[in-house]
Design a protein around this ligand. Sequence first.
Ligand SMILES: [Zn+2]
Length: 288
Amino acid sequence: MNRNLINAVGIIAILFIITACVCNTDRSGTTETNISNEITTAETPPADDSKTMEKDRGDFIVEHSKVQNPRYESIDADIKESKTLEKAAYKLNAALSLPNDIYLRTKDCDQINAYYDPNDSSVTMCYELMEHFYKVFKSNGDSDKLASQKMSEAVQFVFLHEIGHALIDTLKLPVTANEEDAADRCSSYINLEELGQEGVNAVLSAAEAFRIESRGNAPDATSMADEHLLQEQRFYNALCMLYGSDTNKYSDIVDNGFLPKARAVRCPSEYQRTVDSWVKILEPWRKN
Ligand SMILES: [Zn+2]
């Protein structure tokens, strides 16, 4: 995807939210998050039904580790100030009951990664991944400011992908196909149904990152055998979800040739099925 698509869809102008999607760390060491009273109070929103109360035995809880690599101290500090992980936890806790706690972490990991660990029910977003996305967008000619913005947006998509894995495992949700694809669709569903323009930007920036990353990387046996879809497939799937969410609003995606018509015609029903599926499987755990 290139800037034409972004311009065509009319996304760019918008918010410069460097810290919009990522998180918040505590530089003082491994502690639970030092969050505001407002968020603390709201992290366990009151449930209004006894059935929900009974099974709401957990929360999304933000934890921070001391950054190890001095190179990431700046992003660590920025993320801490933004409190975005706490805000995400607040929204998730307001929406869903959990049978146990799920921990949300940002840290330097010595690898470009983001992952859900079922052993301790934790989602970890690595600073190396954030840096990677920034470099990806810079390599495509974006300014520092735009690369930072898109990095945050792409990280938001990946974060909600990991939340998808966490929900599948924790809530024992049925998955009848590739879980990696299901997690991508969970992210698209939450971004596009719940987060307005910010969510649209997250899907677009993630799609653009997938596209840039796929350039010059011809699929080999390892990548084709991987449980993750190829980055180019994730690019088309993300565009399909976006186009399918509103074919009139995003018609330029097809008109300008970014999404082949043969796929596009199915995207509205594909998107609706994705939404209906996630709504249905999360329904028993939804508050209110
Ligand atoms: Zn995954």
